[in-house]
Ligand binder design. Structure first.
Ligand code: HEC
Length: 247
């Protein structure tokens, strides 16, 4: 056998040995050496990190995708339930009050006074000259509309004279909306939170009503539009329909 052949065999042995070494260290890699069982994501992350450290084999392990249906759809009702009015007041003072007063009877500035703005007609505050963009818009300032408007005024009403980029962070925006509501006499109740994803989107698209949900008998008041379906086991009669401002 020539030198070349020996080199090949040696190479093969070396490769095998390295492979075995790799296998031998793998359990400690997977279980972090302490044999403890981690959550699926933690395990994946630590495996990725350790593979990277030990084998210089750096693979981007995707972050647990924050794209679940529950997160893709922003639940304004749920967010408003936990909104912080005090934080909203602070944000308002920092970002809105240069243009808007909010006290009852407060003067219009660059923008209109915002007292009682929730559920008010759009572009209807006395004595303020609105842009055509906003005054041509139908409807009133529901929570949903305020949310869309404050996320991107120009996106909501193209050509608006409110030169404000919008509040991108959901929590900040919702806190401000809660603050507007706190400064609206008789503000409508917040929209109902969405139903739990399992109920909202049945697997396989089967539209099977959740067990225990009773269809209201004729004559009974149907839940207002947008109301969450009755929780399983409860009868619709016990669930008060949320007050919804007339649109
Ligand atoms: C640079 C000045 C400016 C800033 C900052 C500003 N706004 Fe405005 N806002 C305006 C103007 C101007 C209008 C009228 C828009 C139009 O007519 O198109 C307006 C309109 C509004 C309206 C509609 C009122 C109605 O009567 O229909 C709401 C609600 C509102 N602003 C809320 C806010 C909030 C909340 C903030 C802070 C997060 C804010 N604005 C920041 C200038 C501003």
């Amino acid at each position: 056998m020539g030198e070349l052949g020996l080199n090949k065999i040696f190479g093969a042995l070396l490769a095998t040995a390295l492979g075995l070494m790799g296998l031998a260290t793998l359990p400690s890699v997977v279980f972090g050496g302490d044999g403890a069982h981690h959550g699926e994501h933690e395990e994946a992350a630590s495996l990725g990190e350790k593979m990277c450290e030990q084998f210089h084999h750096c693979v981007e392990i995707a972050e647990a995708a924050p794209t679940g249906a529950a997160e893709a759809v922003f639940d304004l009702g749920a967010a408003l339930l936990t909104a912080d009015v005090t934080k909203g007041e602070r944000t308002f003072a920092g970002q809105c009050s240069t243009c808007h007063s909010i006290a009852p009877g407060g003067a219009n500035g660059t923008g209109p006074n915002l007292h009682n703005v929730v559920a008010a007609d759009k572009a209807a505050h006395a004595g303020f000259k609105y842009s055509g963009a906003l005054s041509n818009m139908e409807g009133n300032w529901t929570y949903e509309n305020l949310n869309a408007w404050l996320a991107s005024p120009a996106g909501y009403a193209k050509g608006t004279s409110m030169s404000f980029a919008g509040i991108k962070k959901d929590a900040d925006r919702v806190n401000v909306i809660a603050y507007l509501a706190a400064n609206t006499e008789g503000a409508p109740t917040f929209p109902a939170p969405m139903a739990a994803p399992a109920e909202a989107a049945p697997v396989d698209g089967e539209a099977v009503p959740a067990e225990g949900v009773v269809v209201p008998a004729e004559g009974e008041v149907a839940p207002a539009e947008g109301a969450a379906p009755a929780a399983p086991g409860s009868s619709p009669a016990e669930v008060p329909a949320p007050e919804v401002a007339p649109t």
